[in-house]
Design a protein around this ligand. Sequence first.
Ligand code: PXP
Length: 241
Amino acid sequence: MPLLCVNVDHVATVRQARLGTEPDPVVAAAMCELAGAAGIIMHLREDRRHVQDRDIELIRRTIQTDFHFEMAATEEMQRIALETDPTTVCLVPEKRQELTTEGGLNCIGREKELTEYLAPLHEKGIGSSLFIDADPEQIIAAKNIGAEYVEIHTGHFADATDRDLRKKELSRIIDGIRRCQDLGLKVNLGHGLNYLNILDFADVPGICEYSIGHSIMARAIMVGLDRAVRDMVELVRTFAD
Ligand code: PXP
């Protein structure tokens, strides 16, 4: 059964809007778990625009489910990951000016660099995932890097307003999922997924986890976090194994 992992970054976004102490993403993470989330995701950005170092420390000490730490492949983040000991790290590209992660990580030509980057994390027993576009060459490079998981970027599909483009993006992702599975990579999906567009993946077997943040937090403002998470958990539970 596919699982839902909730990204709580945007709880921190609201807090940072006033540079205060509420709402606390650590409390939100506990509420997400109570509502059925299988894991919690946080992205500690280099510019600390939402999640802060203190959030990562406290999440690690308090959550009962998996903790997935999204991060850029920098020395600073490697050190923090080694100290924090998350369930997995997910390597993402990071640009200062972007509103959110804009595309997948480039793995092509970086196989040696990224394999070496992940080595101390793997040695400590931390799992790894690479956030990539559903591009055949990126998938092969990801396999060669030796990460256990890839997270396929669904953002271009989610953003497509033109029907033909949307269909094209969807079939590119579904082909990518099959390609990863044929190579023995475990597959997660994330970025821009919401309560409607996620239905396009309902019949696609073998997806391990959905990584969802913004749409759940947007709904939470209207109906409450517990309900917003439960609605998504129930949806994902009906999907193909
Ligand atoms: N996966 C990755 C790698 C991301 O960077 C993000 C955004 O932080 C997400 C998933 C979640 O995307 P969204 O907030 O659009 O659900």
